[in-house]
Design a protein around this ligand. Sequence first.
Ligand code: HEC
Ligand code: HEC
Length: 443
Amino acid sequence: MSSFLCSRTREILAWVATGSAIPAFALLGWAHAPAALAEEVASTKSFYASSFSQMPSVAGLTTIGRALFFDPSLSASGRIACSGCHDPRFAYGPPPGLSLAGPGKQNRSHAGFRATPSLRYLQATPRFAEHRFDESGDESIDQGPSGGHMWDGRADTLHDQALLPLLSPSEMANKRPEDLVAKARRATYAAQFRAVFGDDVFDNNERAFKAILLALEVFQQSPADFYPYSSRYDAWLRGRGRLSEQELRGLAIFNDSRKGNCASCHPSQVRNGALPQFTDYGYAALGVPRNAAIPANADPRFFDLGLCGPQRKDLSDHHEYCGMFKVPTLRNVAVRREFFHNGKFSDLERSVQFYAKRDTAPERWYARLRRTAATFDDLPPALQANVNRDPPFGRKRGEQSPISDEEIGDVIAFLRTLTDADISVPPMAATGTRETGHGSPIE
Ligand code: HEC
Ligand code: HEC
């Protein structure tokens, strides 16, 4: 785990040292710059080519990256830092009250339509690939698209490079890299920039912009902040902690392929000595109900189809991918207040109920069902066949759900063990959480 960081950080520093192009995926930009701007940035040959007069240290980069991450003056409005949406108190996910991906009224015209993901446990995210062949299972089976950053993995395509939250209209909204550099030059931490990258770091806009991106990237790789593995479940896996009977029941339901079947997409077990990430980095269409609170959804012709657009452009003719979104990690999921790509649900209980009862009680989720026969209301009828029907889905309307109400409570109790130690969650409504002395599967 931490060895991963080291090799990744070493790799980045090697690019810096040689002055060669830093692949776009290495930069944590990934967010949502308009395509034209992104292309302009990417096509500026010298953009990544300029090297620093001084080799930056990991510690120095982390310090500056942290300062940048928390600095609201870097946004066009001067009011929103990365941390304004990716709040460390909520595992670098959205703080309560933050509306979907928008810094609020000041930016209404750019109001986003996606929920803000947690930035914890992204360190092992592979590059986006349209076809993945599982090394551990049958290597001949194409598991389909996987990897990449953002809900649609678009940050890793060759077409869509250097997508930077700093320049995205729905995030920091700077118009040009130069604007950003000017702000960093005036910032209180400008002296640290010079100390880490060399006195001439601000002499050249491209070099300074690269320094900013690099610092943010390396900060977001820092283990203590971004992948502490300090949850109660981690302690239990290491044989140093206990889970209650209810939590263990929840884990069993989570893993059971005839019950929750959750682990088939959100792996929960230690593999090759590595602690689980609770995502297989794959994609699935779950048929999450349409969220009427999203301004773009006022237009009945608008659909966020994930892999096949509109944010991502390169797979738009792959209708078999429409409606698919990336499997998010479930670590720290209990501190979230917006769930799924469109933030449709605001509590964990309803999110798990959705899995249990999507198909057995569809009228609970899809308002339109009362009027028409169409089910999944956030997908055009022609694309509804893409929706996943494996367990826990796939039963008929009126049949018994594979997960009972009591079991839903157990699963939630288990999910709450995935919260890192530095994050405080409001306690769950009284449920039996008797401690038992279960041992651990690994040392
Ligand atoms: C206004 C809210 C907002 C701000 C400010 C913001 N982000 Fe984001 N961020 C989002 C949303 C929403 C997404 C998901 C967008 C999508 O999937 O289309 C996201 C996605 C990301 C991701 C991809 C995570 C993954 O692997 O899926 C990273 C990394 C990220 N942001 C980093 C940053 C950094 C660094 C900053 C500051 C420079 C920043 N963000 C500022 C809302 C925000
Ligand atoms: C077929 C793969 C698959 C299975 C099985 C699965 N999930 Fe998911 N899960 C996903 C995908 C994909 C998303 C994101 C979908 C979206 O936003 O449209 C998701 C999202 C979630 C979220 C929202 C997290 C967030 O950050 O917004 C929760 C909670 C969740 N899953 C819990 C579970 C539980 C509990 C189970 C078992 C009952 C389960 N999942 C089974 C693929 C799966």
